[in-house]
Design a protein around this ligand. Structure first.
Ligand SMILES: Nc1ncnc2c1ncn2[C@@H]1O[C@H](COP(=O)(O)OP(=O)(O)OP(=O)(O)O)[C@@H](O)[C@H]1O
Ligand SMILES: [Mg+2]
Length: 272
C-alpha cells in the first residue's frame, strides 16, 4: 500500500467562497528550514553535491518520485509527477500518514527520492548543496521555536540588515498592525523561552511575518490554520488571499474548505 495523488489545476484566484465552513482548528507554528537542519544535525550531507542554487527558484519538478524510509519499509508514495512554478499557490491535501510531511522533507533536501527525480530550476536535487537550497525556502510549521527576546527580535532573526521600520512597513502592508498592536507592548512584547508572553496563534503569525520578510522563493505553511483561534485563522487566510507573496506558496492541510485561492491542489491518498 502506498500513497498516490491527484493534481487539480484550478483557475487562479477563483472567486471567494465563504470561509465560515472551515472547521479546522489551528496548531502553533514556525521553524525555519535552517533550524530543521540544525536540529537534525545532519553532517556530510553535502558530500558529492557540487551545484549551488545561485538564482531564485523558478521551477520545482517531481518526476516519477518514490520514497521509502528504509529498504525494509514500504513505499510512502510512488510515481509522484508534478511541477510547481513561481507564483503557484499549492494546497497539499491528504489524510494522516499519506506523506505530506515526507514530501516537504524531500523538497527541503533533507531526504533524497528513492526513485525518480526531483529538480530545482532543472538541476537535480541530488547535486545541489542542501544549504543553498534551504536558504531559499521558509517553513512555518506546527512546532514553535521562538526564542527569548521581543517579538521584533524574533521577526528580525536571521534577516541581514533589516530594520524595525522594514518590519513595521510589512506589518502594515499585511494588514496586521491592529493584530500586533493588541499584544501587551506590540513589537516590543517580551517572549520567554517557552513562548509564554504570546499565544500559539500569535507565535504562528510572528513566524509567518518572519518568513514573509525574508522573501524566500518557496514558502511552506504546515497546517497554518490548525490550533489558532478564529480571529487568527481569519487573519492568516486573509493575508494568504492577498496574493502579496510572489514565490511558490505550499500550504499543507487535512482539509481546507473555502481556501479557494490555490491554483494547484496535490491530493495524497492511500492506495492499495
Ligand atoms: N522517520 C520515519 N521512519 C519511518 N517511517 C516514517 C517516518 N516518518 C514517517 N513515516 C511513515 O511515513 C508515512 C507518511 O508519514 P508523514 O509524516 O509524511 O505523513 P503526513 O501526511 O505528514 O501525516 P500527518 O497528517 O499526520 O502529519 C507514515 O506511514 C509514517 O508512519
Ligand atoms: Mg505531517
Amino acid at each position: 500500500m502506498y500513497t498516490s495523488f491527484s493534481l487539480y489545476t484550478t483557475k487562479v484566484f477563483a472567486s471567494a467562497q465563504s470561509i465560515t465552513s472551515l472547521n479546522t482548528i489551528l496548531k502553533p507554528v514556525c521553524l525555519s528550514a535552517e533550524r530543521i537542519y540544525q536540529l537534525l544535525n545532519m553532517e556530510d550531507e553535502n558530500s558529492g553535491k557540487v551545484a549551488e542554487l545561485d538564482s531564485r527558484i523558478k521551477t520545482i519538478e517531481f518526476l516519477h518520485v518514490g520514497y521509502r524510509y528504509r529498504t525494509d519499509l514500504p513505499l510512502v508514495f510512488n510515481d509522484l509527477t508534478f511541477s510547481f512554478m513561481r507564483g503557484d499557490k499549492v494546497l497539499l491535501l491528504g489524510d494522516n500518514g499519506t506523506g505530506k510531511t515526507t514530501l516537504i522533507k524531500l523538497l527541503l533536501g533533507l531526504y533524497q527520492p528513492a526513485y525518480g527525480t526531483l529538480s530545482f530550476n532543472g538541476i537535480h536535487a541530488s547535486s545541489i548543496q542542501s544549504d543553498s537550497l534551504r536558504q531559499r525556502m521558509g517553513v512555518v510549521s506546527q512546532s514553535t521555536f521562538l526564542f527569548r527576546g521581543t517579538v521584533l527580535d524574533n521577526i528580525l532573526y536571521g534577516q541581514n540588515g533589516k530594520s524595525r521600520s522594514a518590519v513595521e512597513d510589512l506589518i502594515d502592508e499585511l494588514g496586521l498592525k491592529e493584530y500586533i498592536g493588541r499584544m501587551p507592548k506590540g513589537l516590543d512584547t517580551e517572549i520567554n523561552q517557552n513562548t509564554s508572553g504570546v499565544s500559539g496563534g500569535q507565535a504562528q503569525i510572528i513566524a509567518f511575518i518572519r518568513a514573509m520578510l525574508a522573501e524566500k522563493d518557496v514558502l511552506i505553511l504546515d497546517e497554518p490554520t490548525a490550533n489558532v483561534d478564529e480571529e487568527t485563522r481569519r487573519t492568516i487566510i486573509h493575508v494568504l488571499r492577498e496574493q502579496r507573496y510572489k514565490g511558490i506558496l505550499i500550504v499543507i492541510s487535512h482539509q481546507m474548505d473555502g481556501m479557494d485561492f490555490f491554483n494547484k491542489t496535490i491530493h495524497l491518498t492511500k492506495t492499495l
